[in-house]
Design a protein around this ligand. Structure first.
Ligand code: BGC
Length: 504
């Protein structure tokens, strides 16, 4: 375990770098190890289209975009999206051209199991993924498959979705079907993408499907179910598939790097609390077997103050703790940005409760941080060192795979210089952390290989290395400057354009 002193020094260093040295930062010129994985990512709903083809049934997002188009920035849907259901070979060719080692994609549950349950397996849907895996293999690209990426069969949502106690079984049955069908081709699995977005976004703050606001209540129950579902699927892989298939299973967690707003002890403690309520909420059960102590104690105390007999934070049974503990073969990390955290006076007990008050800290992004076309997505590459060290120190030095990192614009320009610089600077700080702190980062994944349907933002935000023309029936793909840059990185394993300046 890192000493508190070393950790504090690192925090202070990172904060200082962020404030004064950002412009003077010198890019790392050491090559990445030859085993380092460079990849790209997408998800099923965001690219596939073919929403009702070949036996696929409605998913939550098909339904939402059809019945509530006003919730989507441009009122559009992903009925066709990038049409990757039909154009997957073209996508694989783009990846081959860039030279990636892996492709992170997700499975559409309602394409594989039209009723949501394994009573019926939809062969054409299964064949779509089998053909995709075959094409990837033929091009030397390893699939990294997410079983659940923010989308559920509508039939299951109508049964209360992730909040239903039986969700744990529905999900693990689906996961077992996936392991069984695809496990010979897929050796890297992640169970859920960003459960925090599902639970805090969907059932806490209510900014994401199904737009329910129930801070500090349903969001905790949602998380509890997803974590139990994750553990059950992981243990099914252990018991039934691991020996034969020899793959790895993990989960994808999204995190801000939360740094103390000042060097004061109070702000340093507040930043630690914020990290625990954000990343620790999910990672601690998976890597240490239970929710973080600070969450358990603060929520229990506040629940008592609200007159409740029990804590709003559910408890795991002993068997669940055992199943959860160690249920990830690597640490899947989605990282885009950072925040500063300041201590505040403990908020008074209030009804309804909120997770924000449960945390009892204030976080923000200063107005002078580099901006992008999305409010929350400030460019903070210097924060990588802190985050990666934090994960390393709290979760037993895991292998860390960056499963998403990227940046958007709302113009779709092919001269995407900010994206080039973003990828370059984030990767450089990752390389620094590997070199200076010995952290085991095993790979990096750009979100995304192509522009796609960005959830409530519709097609207004572009994250792709390739532009997609959503007005053309052909959904024409065109490489951006960033595709060229990333291609060079994949080939040279070095971040500089001039290879002679790179050091082995
Ligand atoms: C999600 C993606 C999303 C991306 C950019 C992640 O939160 O996994 O589905 O498109 O970030 O916002």
């Amino acid at each position: 375990m890192i000493s508190f002193l070393k950790f504090t020094i690192l925090l202070v260093l990172v904060t200082l770098v962020s404030r004064s040295l950002a412009d003077e930062y010198v890019l790392n010129n050491k090559r990445f190890p030859s085993s380092f994985m460079f990849g790209v990512a997408t998800s099923a709903y965001q690219i596939e289209g073919a929403w009702n083809e070949d036996g696929k049934t409605m998913s939550t997002w098909d339904n939402l975009t059809h019945v509530r188009p006003e919730l989507i920035m441009d009122g559009r849907n992903a009925d066709i999206a990038c049409d990757s259901y039909h154009k997957y070979e073209e996508d694989v060719a783009l990846m081959k051209e860039v030279g990636v080692n892996h492709y992170r994609l997700s499975l559409s549950w309602s394409r594989i199991l039209p009723t949501g349950f394994p009573d019926q397996i939809n062969e054409p849907g299964v064949n779509y993924y089998k053909n995709l895996f075959r094409a990837l293999k033929a091009n030397g690209i390893q699939p990294l498959v997410t079983i659940y990426h923010l989308e559920l069969p509508l039939a299951l949502q109508e049964l209360n979705g992730v909040l239903n106690e039986s969700f744990v079984d529905w999900y693990s049955d689906f996961a077992a079907v996936c392991f069984d069908l695809f496990g010979d081709d897929v050796k890297l699995w992640t169970t859920f993408n960003e459960p925090k977005q599902v639970c805090s976004g969907g059932y806490g703050y209510g900014y994401f499907f199904p737009y329910i606001k129930s801070e500090g209540l349903l969001e905790y129950q949602c998380t509890h179910n997803l974590l139990r579902a994750h553990a059950k699927a992981y243990r099914i892989y252990d018991e039934k598939f691991r020996a034969r298939q020899g793959g790895k299973v993990a989960i994808v967690l999204d995190a801000y790097s939360y740094l103390p707003a000042s060097e004061s002890a109070a702000d340093i403690t507040a930043a630690e609390t914020r990290m625990q309520f954000d990343l620790g909420w999910f990672a601690n059960p998976i890597f240490n077997g239970d929710y973080p102590e600070i969450m358990k104690s603060r929520i229990a105390t506040r629940s008592k103050g609200e007159g409740r007999a029990e804590s709003r934070l559910p408890e795991f049974t002993e068997a669940e703790k055992i199943a959860l503990n160690g249920s990830a073969d690597f640490f899947g990390l989605n990282v885009y940005t950072a925040g500063l955290v300041a201590a505040i006076d403990d908020p008074p007990i209030s009804n309804p409760p909120s997770k924000y008050q449960d945390m009892g800290v204030n976080d923000y992004q200063p107005s002078d941080w580099e901006t992008t076309s999305l409010d929350w997505l400030k460019v903070t590459p210097w924060s990588m060192r802190h985050l990666l060290n934090w994960i390393n120190d709290h979760y037993h030095q895991p292998d860390i795979l960056i499963t998403e990192n990227g940046v958007c614009d709302n113009t779709g320009t092919l001269q995407d210089v900010q994206r080039v610089s973003y990828i370059q600077r984030y990767l450089s700080n990752i390389r620094d952390t590997m070199e200076l702190d010995g952290i085991n980062v095993i790979g990096y994944t750009v979100w995304s290989i192509i522009d796609n349907f960005e959830w409530a933002q519709g097609y207004t935000q572009k994250f792709g290395l390739h532009h997609v023309d959503f007005d053309s029936p052909n959904r024409t793909r065109t490489p951006k400057l960033s595709a060229q840059y990333y291609k060079n990185v994949c080939h040279t394993k070095c971040l500089l354009d001039d290879d002679s300046a790179c050091i082995d």
